[in-house]
Design a protein around this ligand. Sequence first.
Ligand code: NAD
Length: 383
Amino acid sequence: MRDGADTLAYGECETVIKVALGDRSYPIVLGERLLSSAGQWIAQAVPGARCAVVSDRNVAALYMAPLKASLDRHGLFLGEAVVSPGEASKSFAVLAPLCESLLELGVERGDCIVALGGGVVGDLAGFAASILRRGVRVAQMPTTLLAQVDSAIGGKTGIDTRQGKNLIGTFHQPSLVLADVSVLSTLSPREFRAGYAEVVKYGLLGDAPFFAWLEANWPKVFAAAGAERRHAVETSARAKAKIVAADEREEKGTRALLNLGHTFGHALEAFAGYSDRLLHGEAIAIGMRLAFTFSAEFGLCSAADAARVEKHLSAVGLPTKIAAIPGGTPAPEALLALMAQDKKVKGGKLAFVLVHGIGQAFVERDVTLPRLTEFLARECAAG
Ligand code: NAD
């Protein structure tokens, strides 16, 4: 076992990455065309469980039939519950009828919820599983790039409320993450690109060679066929598994590094109303560039590293400037207020993930409001 995460090659096709959490450890199974063998993997991970599949309408139309066929072959399919696509489904209004549908399907304590979809379905179905009959097992089957490299791994579940995103939720580790890389080929180019921001994040926060590899290989990662896409997903999933194993509940600071670019990014998403104006990954791309520029301005990292980050994000077509958000630029005071809501201000200071360079993120607890205000004023004014 290496640093809490162990990689084993299973046959020719799949890679299994272990999320090492003692008796709650689980495998991330990653490969091509895994939907058709899902029944076998689930039977192995959750013996004796029947499966209720939760998905959204878009994903169900594409992938419910092969998944159901596989589960049926193993006598595991209990039924399905399909929600509307989009962030609005992460709500009490959708959670309550979903839980009731799952009960009506006959989900019992020993059964398993299968979350087939992106981060929205994963967070919602994971949360439903954690409260249904005081907790049933969940298998995550992520179908977006963001979900395969980030949200499906690590057990954070939840829904949004009027007061903010992800404010109601649980830690509920899955029993299995089954990531079929071939389903990424039906994602829209914009959704794929937004998910790629999270892939870049792993390079920037702790793996400089991986960032350099992405700089050289990103066109092949974006091209559907080929080993490079799978390598990017595997490297990211392995990084997430290692961080989760080291700091499951974000108590030691390690997991907080995953928030690189997120304090800026969440404020920008809130400003854009969590709408199509700015996808989560797009906000994170701008946020990561801001974190690097901010670090460079205060002599924490080199200007050359900040420029490299901006160049790569721009090369793949991700936004890097606040002014790139369509429909208007926020006032710096408004952004600051949103950031203060996201992270508690203690003694006029905010905690931020900053960088000493590419692959060297750290948590800085002493960012003062005047420094930040001045920086944001310049960034909001920049074209
Ligand atoms: P999403 O789940 O809304 O999916 C994006 C769109 O792609 C949807 O319209 C969906 O129907 C469609 N789609 C999904 N898979 C597809 C496929 N293979 N082919 C075609 N279309 C497909 O968005 P997302 O970016 O995956 O997830 C965002 C959510 O993840 C946010 O709610 C965020 O808070 C959450 N998140 C959670 C964690 C965590 O640790 N739990 C981490 C990061 C993000």
